[in-house]
Design a protein around this ligand. Structure first.
Ligand SMILES: [Zn+2]
Length: 155
């Protein structure tokens, strides 16, 4: 098993899924929950891509290498639903999906998460300068509401 998770890691996604968020996550960020997956507004946003979503398996899996197929399928199904809702609700011109594994792959939280990023012409996402910064919880709540209204899934 390939792992970079430190001993005793306090997982922000497991805590959010359990309804007791730690760190910068908020329950008001939640977008949708299915049997094995959860979608939440990301606490950090790239400067020209407000409202990005993270989709995670509800069970703790660190990376893609050891992700069981049922969890992976559930994550992908929810990624697709979020992308469709995002396109309609945000009025963005496109959607980018990406997922990072290990420090060399830019992974910084040790519970697999898929970024679903709203795209706009000339948004400079792949330049990534400046880096993502913490988004205001009230703005996050507003974007979560836009997606919840489209998805009509439990949170
Ligand atoms: Zn976790």
């Amino acid at each position: 098993v390939i792992s970079h998770e430190p001993p005793g890691y306090a997982c922000p996604f497991c805590s959010l899924a359990a309804g007791r968020p730690i760190g910068v996550g908020r329950l008001t960020d939640l977008v949708a929950r299915t049997g094995r997956a959860l979608a939440t507004i990301a606490p950090h946003w790239w400067p020209h891509n407000p409202g990005q979503v993270l989709v995670v398996p509800i069970d703790h899996h660190e990376n893609l290498y050891d992700l069981p197929a049922p969890a992976g399928h559930a994550v992908h199904d929810l990624v697709r639903a979020v992308a469709v809702a995002m396109r309609a609700a945000y009025g963005c011109a496109g959607v980018t999906v990406r997922q990072n594994n290990e420090p060399a792959g830019n992974q910084t939280a040790w519970h697999l998460h898929v970024h679903v990023v709203p795209r706009h012409p000339g948004d400079g996402l792949y330049r990534e300068v400046p880096r993502p910064s913490l988004a205001d919880p009230e703005e996050r709540r507003r974007y979560a509401g836009l997606l919840r209204a489209r998805l009509s899934l439990p949170v």
